[in-house]
Design a protein around this ligand. Structure first.
Ligand code: TXE
Length: 499
């Protein structure tokens, strides 16, 4: 079945596209270029040939400068010594400022990431919510007391900030992923150095500038831009960084994890996924189809929680696939700056080739293209929502994180088979289950190894609940009350009391 996809060709005379935005790093409260003076330019993946931003090409020396600023702010600056209430007020203002600047931040991400601006606006709004939630919680981070240790003993557990935190973020959700980490780190009283992806640094730099304007003391949030091996890796190696947090590929996650191990540093990793979407025969198929299509094709499938494996009961598979395909055909792909687009471009042309390569490999391995599988438009890295059927567990389209709009379908006749298929992956980031029987849903989810799950839903998030991966999808949890633990040290005090 081949759907006719809806595509909006990018407008090349859009005034928001014209003009190269030039950014500085933010170190110790000052906007600075790289010490070398070198820069990196970013071309819009949706508008080939159009440079949309220029950032400093930082080096190890720049990273060290930023680490020194964060260290000084932690060791002798006001931030870790403020009351929770004082920190909270500033953090809340940062959330408000993100909200007030949604249009600018969303435009930057539409241009640099290539994502649809309507999607980007939603992410900016949610990022503001993350800051506000963390601000509220940061007023009341508690320790523990033990009053049952005997007449002459009192036990206290103090929560202390972990120190300087190095954060490395990827290109798919720059401001959102930054906002899932920075407010929890600084809310715990830490100071931060962050390196955003070299493809998409603009929104993170702007967020740090907004934070400075909102009253965040100098050196609490430092942004160093540049390539991963030059800048990000230094965070995992440097003795003045106490904790490192990385979101990105499994390949680099292994490097950061082993460097953190060698240097005995706290580490948080959020790596890839190959999320299962399990549909039992009693599910509401219309509701499931809508979320399955969204879960697989949102952001062109470039999401770590993408539901890229559909595991569906045999008896309803044909009907469900028809519905998913009809919805995929309604997705408007194209011009990221057009309000009518639902989905934009892939991050760059090399990634487009990687996605197209996986689709070819799937066909060569014997899977069937149910729909899609092609480029959309003449130029620009746009790929059609693609559904494969007849996928076998050993195929690369079943195993690897493609990070493109590609859904691989498996059928099952026995629910045990569904659970086995769902768990047949080295990843464990996300999973969802569709059924009208809550017991079936809960029993299934309890057996699926994944950190972020849904019953009769997919993709929803809230600042209250922790996120993170099982198995090779990562280490540690962000958000919620647990999120502060990643950036806190616990100290126990045995107090001996005299009469
Ligand atoms: O990621 P990288 P890439 C997956 C997805 C994607 C693949 C490759 O499958 O196709 O990874 O994406 C920095 N030391 N995810 O190549 O290279 C880099 O500068 C320190 C899933 O873009 O891991 C960027 O800031 N840092 C993921 C960040 O790491 C280094 C989101 C991520 O880049 C470094 C993105 C080094 N040696 C990709 N090398 C998710 N979980 O959502 C690079 N970096």
């Amino acid at each position: 079945m081949t759907a006719h996809y809806r595509f909006i060709a990018p407008r090349l005379d859009d005034p928001r596209l014209l003009g190269d935005r030039r950014y500085s790093m933010l170190i110790g409260g000052a906007s600075v270029p790289a010490l070398s003076g070198e820069t990196i330019t970013r071309e819009s993946p949706a508008h080939p040939g159009h440079i949309v931003s220029t950032i400093p090409k930082g080096s190890r020396a720049d990273a060290e400068r930023a680490i020194a600023a964060a260290r000084a702010a932690f060791d002798s600056g006001p931030w870790p010594r403020m009351t929770g209430a004082e920190r909270s007020r500033i953090m809340y203002r940062i959330g408000e400022s993100i909200e007030a600047n949604i249009e600018e931040l969303a435009t930057i991400e539409a241009l640099e990431v290539g994502k649809a601006i309507s999607q980007a606006r939603g992410e900016m709004g949610y990022s503001a919510e993350l800051w506000r939630y963390a601000a509220g919680q940061a007023r009341g981070l508690e320790g523990e007391t033990y009053n049952d240790l005997g007449t002459n003993t009192l036990g206290l557990v103090l929560r202390e900030p972990a120190g300087v935190v190095g954060i490395i973020t990827p290109w798919n959700f720059p401001l959102l992923i930054g906002s899932e980490r920075i407010p929890w780190a600084i809310g715990a009283g830490c100071t931060v150095v962050i390196k955003p992806s070299e493809f998409t640094s603009g929104s993170t730099i702007r967020m740090a500038e907004l934070a400075r304007e909102a009253g965040l003391p100098d050196g609490v949030l430092n942004v160093v831009t540049g390539y991963g091996a030059d800048v990000g890796q230094v965070f995992a190696e440097h003795p003045d960084v106490d904790a490192v947090n990385f979101t990105g590929s499994q390949r680099v996650g292994r490097v950061i994890g082993s460097l953190a191990g060698q240097n005995i540093k706290r580490v948080g990793l959020e790596l890839g996924g190959k999320g299962p979407q399990v549909v039992f025969s009693d599910a509401d198929l219309d509701a499931a189809a809508a979320k399955i299509s969204g879960g697989a094709f949102h952001c062109s499938g470039q999401a770590c929680i993408a539901g890229s494996r559909l595991i569906v009961a045999d008896s309803i598979a044909d009907k469900l696939l028809e519905k998913v395909e009809a919805l995929a055909a309604k997705i408007v792909t194209g011009d990221p700056l057009n309000d009518a687009s639902n989905v934009g471009a892939l991050i760059h042309h090399a990634h487009f080739e990687k996605v197209a390569g996986y689709v070819e490999e799937g066909k060569a391995d014997g899977a069937t293209i149910y729909s899609g599988g092609t480029r959309l438009g003449e130029a620009g890295a746009f790929f059609a929502p693609t559904i494969f059927t007849g996928v076998k567990p050993e195929m690369s389209i079943a195993r690897d994180e493609i990070f493109g709009p590609v859904l691989s379908t498996f059928r099952f006749s026995d629910p045990e088979e569904a659970i086995a298929l769902a768990n047949d992956t080295p990843f464990g980031l996300s999973a969802c289950v569709w059924t009208n029987n809550l017991s079936t849903g809960l029993q299934a989810i309890r057996r699926i190894k994944a950190g972020r799950t849904w019953i009769n839903g997919m993709g929803d998030g809230t600042p209250q609940m922790p996120i993170g991966g099982y198995k090779q999808s990562g280490i540690g949890r962000e958000l919620g009350r647990h999120g502060f633990d990643e950036y806190s040290e616990l100290k126990n005090i045995h107090v001996t009391l005299t009469r």
